[in-house]
Design a protein around this ligand. Sequence first.
Ligand code: SAM
Length: 283
Amino acid sequence: MNYRHAFHAGNFADVFKHTLLTRILVYLMRKEQPLRFMDTHGGIGRYDLAADEAARTGEWRDGIARIVMAQPPENVGALLKPWLDVVGPCDAEGCPESYPGSPALAQALLRPQDRIAVSELHEQDFHTLRRALGYDERLRLAQINGYAALNAWTPPKERRGLVLIDPPFESRDEFAQILSALAKAWRKWPTGCYAIWYPVKAPGAVDAFYDGLAALGIERCLRLELATERPDAAGPLAANGLCVINPPFVLKEEAEILLPWLCERFSRGPNGSWRAESLTAAR
Ligand SMILES: C[S@@+](CC[C@H](N)C(=O)[O-])C[C@H]1O[C@@H](n2cnc3c(N)ncnc32)[C@H](O)[C@@H]1O
């Protein structure tokens, strides 16, 4: 476990993931009934972008900073607003006081009747996460393997909610581990919404992952991707995606508004691209 998210917090991939995550939670909160947010790979919760780790890569400068410095058109601005409200004010360089990771984002967005469960395996990161989120009776934090947590936590008693699976992809078989965890969770909770983040390095591996989902009988999913450059370009990660199982019906339309704008902000050249594709089991 060498991966530390503090080096990458606020980069284009975080912006992509967190804006979409916000849109899903906003949709789920249209109903009064409680929901549960489960975050299998939580990270440390809040990130100091002025700290040494973030300063060393400077990835946030090509991520969150480019968003807060921009003037989005009204329809994009309306979709970004709930997320930007949580990010809070930024300094002249586009640096927020602290950048909210997925558990902090959910904690700020969700309501008193909702519940949040987060697992983070790394011992030090887990303690940092616990300090960052503070006492909140809606929260349950566990220092356990995220895939074991998913198995233990599904189905949630609310029977509605979202699972975020956001592993570091340090293992070569991460896609296989996700499929195996989803196979169990899906059997127990086929109506849940699941969002799985992934890097796009070799597009063939991503296609195989979607084929694996189809083989499990997972019927409705949305394939959302954003590339700042050709996926195999040298340098930091260039392309990423979010697979949303049982997506809110508005998510594709919202992604078709957000992603072209994010793509313009983040593209490193003429090869930037985005994708929002609904898939069904018949594929
Ligand atoms: C990409 S980061 C998570 C970022 C976070 N979801 C966010 O959006 O702010 C992945 C995290 O997973 C943790 N991790 C690695 N292996 C894990 C495992 N098997 N179970 C749970 N957490 C794990 C790492 O320590 C790291 O903090």
